[in-house]
Design a protein around this ligand. Structure first.
Ligand SMILES: [Fe+2]
Ligand SMILES: [Fe+2]
Length: 304
């Protein structure tokens, strides 16, 4: 497929699978039981993560402008066009996720449904769009790879949360979000593959940035990411013995994508991927805030 066919295919899939948010009017909210409310209380940082899709778009353009200034050629820049187009599709979907989760979270924690009306535009902009100055962990290639591999984590998290939830209305909203995230994995995989095939230079650069792209979640761009990571870890469901636990499911998917993108140039085995993921979780354990640092391991300096 040409790059444009790929992005058009995933835009029409987005159109066809667009779910009705019912103007964020969830009239079943008073019916949520205590079990479901307990889960929702853990999702404030997930709301932030969804909204930080806005920062992704801003920082992507920022990174491209920097790359151009550093001599990245016009042809290489132009190869990214379908990825920038898809960013425009996906940012709206992530906004919908943030609105749905934010509104449900506010209802459960404060008893009202005025989340959208209450949201201050300046605060929104500072928290979710212009939030990345201290958290510039990526270059262009590691950033796109982070977006792709993070959708694997997102899909698996929502999969497990949907399994736990009791109320059919809430289950449906979160299943819709899960399905969006799964489609995002497929789209980014296809679009990155097209990019890598467009010029050998892209593959060289992507491989050089792969470790950061494979490990760093793109939602690390917002302030509460590590708080959320630690808070939501218990939501991943460990399966009975004969089935795959969450780390195994995530590593398997990431490995499959690595093979699809890089073929025999893929430097990691499935157990490497699992190790890297576990090391990252170990490093993040107990932390709530971080920023970029030249000197810290993995360039992540934990500040609390
Ligand atoms: Fe999302
Ligand atoms: Fe997504």
């Amino acid at each position: 497929m040409s790059g444009l066919e790929t992005v058009v295919k995933f835009s029409y899939l987005s159109d066809e699978n667009r779910w009705d948010a019912n103007r964020y009017n969830f009239d079943w909210l008073p019916e949520l039981d205590e079990h479901d409310r307990e889960i929702i209380r853990l999702l404030d940082c997930l709301r932030d993560g969804e909204f930080s899709g806005q920062a992704s778009a801003a920082q992507f353009h920022d990174l491209m402008i920097q790359a151009k200034a550093a001599g990245y050629t016009d042809d290489l820049v132009a190869d990214w066009s379908p990825l920038f187009s898809y960013m425009n599709v996906i940012v709206y979907e992530e906004m919908r996720h943030g609105l749905a989760i934010g509104l449900i979270h506010q209802y459960v924690t404060q008893g009202n449904t005025s989340f959208i009306a209450d949201m201050n535009v300046r605060e929104f902009g500072k928290r979710y769009i212009w939030c990345y100055e201290e958290r510039r962990y990526w270059d262009l290639y590691s950033y796109i790879l982070s977006h792709l591999f993070s959708e694997v984590i997102n899909t698996e998290l929502y999969r497990d949360v949907v399994t736990r939830i009791h109320h059919p209305g809430l289950k449906e909203v979160l299943a819709n979000v899960r399905n969006d995230e799964a489609r995002h994995i497929a789209a980014w995989t296809a679009l990155v593959k097209d990019l890598l095939n467009a010029d050998p230079e892209h593959k060289v650069r992507a491989l050089a940035s792969l470790q950061c792209g494979l490990t760093h979640h793109n939602a690390m761009v917002h302030e509460t990411y590590f708080e959320g990571l630690n808070k939501m870890l218990p939501l991943f469901i460990s399966e009975p013995k004969n089935k795959l636990g969450p780390i195994k499911r995530i590593s398997k998917q990431k490995y499959r994508i690595l093979l699809e993108l890089f073929g025999e140039d893929n430097p990691y085995s499935e157990s490497d991927v699992q190790q890297i993921h576990l090391q990252y979780l170990g490093k993040a354990a107990g932390h709530t805030r971080a920023r970029y640092s030249e000197t810290s391991p993995g360039n992540i300096e934990f500040v609390s």
